[in-house]
Every structure is written in structure tokens, then in C-alpha cells.
Ligand binder design. Sequence first.
Ligand code: FA5
Length: 341
Amino acid sequence: MQQQMDDLRAKALASLDAASTPAALEEWRVAYLGRKGPMSQALRGLSALAPEERRAAGAQANELKTLLEERFAAKSASLQDAVAATIAQREAIDVTLPGWRPLAGHLHPTTRVIREITRAFADMGFQTVEGPEVEWDYYNFEALNIPPGHPARDMWDTLWLEGQRPMLLRTHTSPMQIRHMETHKPPVRVIVPGKVYRHEATDATHEWHFHQVEGLAIDEGISFADLKGTLYEFARRIFGVERKVRFRCDYFPFVEPGAEMAIDCFVCEGKGCRVCGHSGWIEIMGAGMVHPDVLRRVNVDPARYTGYAFGMGVERIAMLKYGIDDIRLFYANDLRFLRQF
Ligand code: FA5
């Protein structure tokens, strides 16, 4: 029995030494300490021995079993340590490496300029309101003195929507003059930023969709001088005092008299180039005194109230402010362009 235990001990310890993975170790445990293993068999065989022999052999077998269990536990712990060390090495984090810079969003140049414009007018007492981009013919044209068949409709190449009543994508923010006056009595002082659409070919200063900011002021005793004063102040705040401003007569059916405001070209300093169409000036808005018929249509008495309106192109203003020489860059989604703002 003694010899048998010694052999088993030598064999088991040698094979435990050789087990170098958790799987091999588990195999060893099943082979030597499992229910069908030699240890269990030896212990079961004790019953066949004579009582005095059984005591000694039992002590030896239990001693060996305890030894094997201890060695197994020690090997298992050291293998686990080794596995943990390998994982730690493989997944080690170098805390001295520079981190990832988080991607911070920022505002589109159009949004920045709209905010700057609304802030400038807010300081002059204007409230900001917004209106729908899908509009009825009535608000976009008819209520603004442009009935069906009126030649002035050609001033705005329109994107029409199919439907029983004529609907369109608004060609300008002027419909909000009517919508606002329908629900607000004078005194009125509002500006309306928003997107507009036109069915037109694009070039360096023309997009088929762009933004406008409409302005409307109605009160007793408002004159053209108030309009000019307000727009000069606006130009001074947005472009600085050194920029030149020009007003010229223009025609819009919903104002009388009508005007166009232009700023001297930032590219050629007024000499004439591709961007300004060789005129030296870039038109930024249409304006004028609100037509009496428009006031009457929204039940405002033109004998008592007068007012002015203007509508400016936001991208044109952004071009002048930031020196951008092609309006098509705004919506081309080129990050090299957008990241500059
Ligand atoms: C109008 O849209 C009138 N509603 C403006 C107005 C309002 C006049 C109130 C009187 C009273 P116009 O079509 O000229 O006018 O456009 C106004 C401005 O929008 C232009 O001065 C220009 O700055 C800008 N704009 C016009 N067409 C385009 C375009 N295709 N791309 C970019 N900007 C444009």
C-alpha cells in the first residue's frame, strides 16, 4: 500500500507540474481527485483491508489526498495570477498618451449672422417672430398687391406645390407682414428671419434656397427717414463704419416708394469684379414704405398709420462680413469651409 501511495504521489505531482493552463489543471483535478480517480479508488479499497492495516493505509491515503488538494489549490492560484497578469499586460492603458479631443459642434455661418442681425434689431426695439415656409399664394403674392397674372410675379421664380388651392414654398419672408398684421394691431415692430426658396439658376451670389430677414414697423408718423436711419444703424453695427451704403429707387408692389440698399463690394472695394457683377456694389435688401392697400387689407387705417418694411438676404450679408466669394459654399457641406467659422 505504501509503495502504491508513493507511486501515485510521484505521478500526480509530476503531472500537476506539467499542467500549465486552467483547462489542463481542471483535467488533472478530474483525473486525480475526481470520483473515479485513483485517490477515490484507493480510499474505497480500504474497506477490503484488515482493521490494523486499514488504519495505517487510511492515514497515508488521507495524507496524500490532503497534499494533492493543497498543491492543486496552490497551482490553481498561481495559474490565475499568471492569466490575470497576461490580461493586464495585453490591455494595459498608457495614461501618459494624449487623449482624444472631443468633437465640439459649432454654429453654421448663416445661423451666426441671423443671430447677429436679430440682436442688432432687438436693441432697436424689434421683436423676432417666425412664419411658415410652405405658404398660400394669398400671403406670398395676392395680399402683397400681386394678384394672379400680375407681371411682378416674374420677380420671384416660384416653386409651386400640387394641391387644390395654390400653395408654394415662400419666395420671400414678406408674407409674414400680412400674417403678423392680421393678428397684431399697431404699433408693430418685428423682424422675421427664415428660409426662402426660388426656382432659379445658381451662381456666385444666387442660391435656389437661402435666408431672409424681414423687417416691419407700423405706427403713427413713421417716415422714410426712419427707415433710412434704422438701416444705416444696422449697417454700421454689422459691417462697421468704413463700409459704404447706397440706397436706390426700386420697385416692389407692396411698398411705395420702394428702395434697394447695397454695400460696396468687399472683394474689389467697389472697383468691379465677378462677385459684384462688375458694378462695385452688392445688393443686400429691398425696402420701402408699406403700401396703403396692404395696410387696408389687414384693417389698418393708412390715414392714421404709416410704416416701412425691408427684406434682406442673410447669405449676402455673411459673404460681406466674412469675405466669402461664392454663395454656393454655404450649403455644399464642405467641412473645410464650415470649420472656419
Ligand atoms: C424681396 O424678396 C422682397 N420681399 C424684399 C422686400 C421686403 C422689399 C420688404 C420691400 C419691402 P428681393 O427679391 O430683391 O426682394 O430679395 C431681397 C434680398 O434677398 C436681396 O437683396 C438679396 O440680398 C437676397 N436675394 C435675392 N435673391 C437671392 C438669391 N437667389 N440668393 C441669395 N440671396 C438672394
